[in-house]
Design a protein around this ligand. Structure first.
Ligand SMILES: NC(=O)c1ccc[n+]([C@@H]2O[C@H](COP(=O)([O-])OP(=O)(O)OC[C@H]3O[C@@H](n4cnc5c(N)ncnc54)[C@H](O)[C@@H]3O)[C@@H](O)[C@H]2O)c1
Ligand SMILES: O=C(O)C(=O)C[C@]1(C(=O)O)C=C[C@@H](O)C=C1
Length: 359
């Protein structure tokens, strides 16, 4: 199979740039990955982790020799980066970016670069940096592409194919609609996570509140653990759409406050919210195909995982995936994934003979 592109360049080799690079390499979609970053440590790590084949601390002629270029610097840096990259760009290169806000970024980059289509994978993590990059991050993600009347349909087609080849779903939106929508499902949730944490931080009982915070608070506020500067850049760049979303939210909160006096109406609102939340599509993010799982009860003592792995290895059974589910004082469980039902059944027999309980 021929790769989709020859040389690819990643500009900003952090969490997103690194994950795209790994996807390109692991799926043999390009021949060579070049990385550019302002941070020499990120470049060093990208080489050491096999994320990139070549690292560049400076822009130069090599940029014009790329077939694909992905700008993956923070939103606040994308336009300036585009300006610098454009000095070396040629019409050979198809450019895209992964920035979380599109409007102005698309306008600027489209005017600067000979071939460019904006993009935004709707997947990520609060953990920044190339060390946290993995190709599975983009698997099954919705990946917005934002063509404009200036976009060459052939370039859009090529990027759609690339997104699909990375295991994601391309969705086409105008830059303005993209910004309006992500203000509501990504940027406002981030600001809310900030607000909820400030509510705790500024309370006289701060320590107690932090001690009591259980799953609900943690689930709702995870994204506040991301890089404050990056996230600040992201929400500021989308402030018009975000302000509209905030107004709507204020209205809803005021209404919900009133509904505290009207339990029946509050129940209806809660039911509508539940239907919406339960209707969100389930996204499985993993590079691994569907697994045939076996859960093994494991005593809590040294050498148990090695014993299990040795027994299976000795019988020629390959463990494709492994996860520690729970370990308590008296023992715990691990989940083993196998490629086929037959292998799973063989593993069950082998482990039974070795004295393990499985389900
Ligand atoms: N983190 C997420 O969840 C997420 C999800 C989707 C899209 N994005 C977008 O992806 C982009 C990158 O985010 P990330 O989470 O990978 O951040 P990151 O901090 O992990 O990586 C950013 C990288 O860009 C480098 N960089 C900064 N300024 C640069 C410049 N001017 N030129 C070249 N390199 C530069 C940094 O050194 C770093 O290595 C952002 O535009 C963000 O909006 C992030
Ligand atoms: O942290 C995650 O799980 C994310 O998906 C990050 C997230 C989001 O929550 O909306 C944050 C910013 C992006 O541009 C896209 C995705």
């Amino acid at each position: 199979m021929r790769p989709l592109f020859g040389k690819a360049g990643i500009f900003g080799v952090g969490l997103l740039g690194g994950s795209v690079a790994l996807g390109l390499k692991e799926r043999f979609l390009v021949e060579e990955v070049h990385a550019y970053d302002l941070d020499p440590k990120a470049l060093e790590a990208a080489l050491a982790l096999g994320v990139a084949d070549r690292a560049h601390a400076a822009l130069g002629r090599w940029v014009g020799e790329l077939d694909l270029a992905v700008l993956a610097a923070p939103v606040g840096a994308l336009e300036e980066l585009g300006r610098k990259v454009a000095e070396h760009a040629s019409a050979r290169t198809l450019f895209t970016d992964v920035g979380s806000v599109k409007g102005r970024v698309v306008q600027t980059l489209e005017a600067l670069l000979p071939r460019y289509v904006g993009g935004h994978p709707m997947a990520g993590s609060e953990r920044a940096g190339v060390e946290n990059a993995h190709a599975g991050l983009l698997q099954n993600a919705v990946w917005v592409l934002t063509p404009t009347p200036r976009t060459d349909p052939a370039d859009l087609e090529a990027l759609k194919r690339l997104v699909e080849a990375l295991g994601a779903y391309p969705v086409l939106l105008s830059p303005a609609l993209h910004d309006r929508l992500v203000a509501r499902v990504s940027h406002l949730p981030y600001l809310l996570a900030v607000a909820l944490n400030l509510l705790v931080a500024q309370d006289p009982d701060r320590e107690l509140l932090m001690f009591l915070a259980a799953g609900g608070f943690r689930d709702l506020t995870r994204v506040a653990s991301g890089s404050p500067r990056m996230s600040r850049d992201m929400v500021s760049a989308n402030k018009e759409a975000l302000k509209e979303a905030i107004e709507d939210l204020k209205g809803l909160l005021a209404r919900l406050e009133e509904l505290l006096e009207e339990p029946e109406a509050l129940l209806l609102a809660a039911e509508e919210a539940k239907r919406t939340r339960d209707g969100l599509p389930i996204v499985r993010r993993s590079l691994l195909p569907e697994m045939h799982d076996l859960v093994v009860q494991v005593p809590d003592r040294p050498g148990e995982i090695a014993r299990i792995a040795t027994a299976l290895g000795g019988a020629g059974v390959n463990i494709k995936d492994i996860e520690v589910l729970a370990i308590r004082d008296e023992g715990g469980a691990i989940r083993l994934g196998f490629a086929s039902r037959e292998e799973k059944e063989k593993a069950r027999e082998v482990l039974k003979e070795a004295g393990y309980r499985t389900r």
